[in-house]
Design a protein around this ligand. Structure first.
Ligand code: ZN
Length: 287
């Protein structure tokens, strides 16, 4: 297990963590000032400043990426299928331009939520099938662009609107189905917030192997949780056994960044410097 206590060389900041405090250029500047070496930006934050400026800012600051958020939202009705396909291809292109090591996929839930305007459906089985078909189709495009796809299983509370892949085992089943010879082009983004509760987590991590573990995200689970989406905790403020999970991930040989990803109505009200400094401290002492 790697020792994080001496510095924060392995810390990556998911830029949504401070999205309310500044635009991507301000976040990149703050990361550079705090000696953070990597970020994981969101598409809307990149779009807000323009892809070219974002690429230049990241490069000028000497930052690496730990991922790019996000592609996915595959379930759609027939009228929105083309939109889903084109949007995901653009996400791959942007990830490649930014030099991301992978494109994170939040796969989508029922079509009316994944692709607004789609005809309402309660057919979760059909959504599962569309997710698998969507990843299969995108995988060809992503392989040509040399951009690995990282399926992020989301907590089951998001099954309807964000992702109907809710366990690590389900994500790995899709990987095995679509990439049986493990070409390195398909894997998972493991976010402790989504998987910490799963009694099969340790077995799933071992099943990943190093080649399918493409990204590792940390935050904490607060009790009580006041908002389904925007009440993630700072590492150490909740109940997730962070060090044990990281130990299991690193036992695979995972050598990537530890990405801090916190969507929080609480932390979004605090100054950017305070949030970043707290992330650094907790990274060294808790993660
Ligand atoms: Zn995540």
């Amino acid at each position: 297990m790697r020792d994080l206590s001496a510095d924060h060389a392995l810390l990556s900041l998911n830029t949504a963590t401070v999205r309310k405090q500044g635009d991507l250029l301000a976040i990149v500047e703050a990361c550079a000032r705090h000696g953070i070496r990597a970020v994981s930006p969101w598409r809307d934050q990149v779009a807000a400043v323009g892809l070219e400026r974002a690429v230049r800012a990241v490069k000028d600051a000497g930052l690496a990426l730990s991922g790019y958020c996000r592609g996915g939202m595959f379930p759609a009705d027939a009228a929105h299928a083309q939109e889903a396909r084109d949007d995901n291809r653009r996400a791959v292109d942007e990830a490649a331009a930014l030099g991301a090591p992978c494109l994170v996929l939040v796969v989508g839930g029922l079509p009316q939520f994944s692709r607004p305007g789609s005809a309402p459906s309660k057919d979760l089985g059909a959504a599962h099938a569309q997710v698998e078909d969507g990843i299969a189709a995108l995988l060809e495009y992503a392989r040509a662009a040399n951009m690995p796809l990282a399926i992020e299983p989301l907590h089951p509370m998001y099954a309807a609107d964000r992702a109907c892949v809710n366990t690590l085992a389900h994500a790995l089943d899709i990987c095995d189905q679509l990439d049986p010879d493990r070409q390195g082009s398909l894997g998972v983004a493991l976010d402790v917030y989504h998987v910490w509760w799963d009694p099969e987590l340790s077995a799933g991590i071992r099943r990943c192997g190093r080649d399918r573990m493409l990204a590792y995200h940390v935050c904490d689970w607060l009790v009580p949780t006041k908002d389904l989406l925007l009440d993630r905790g700072m590492m150490g403020d909740g109940v997730i056994e962070l060090r044990r999970i990281r130990c299991e991930v690193e036992a695979l040989g995972f050598a990537g960044f530890v990405e801090v990803e916190i969507f929080s109505n609480d932390w979004w009200t605090r100054p950017m410097n305070e949030v970043i400094e707290t992330c650094i401290t907790r990274h060294r002492t808790i993660v």
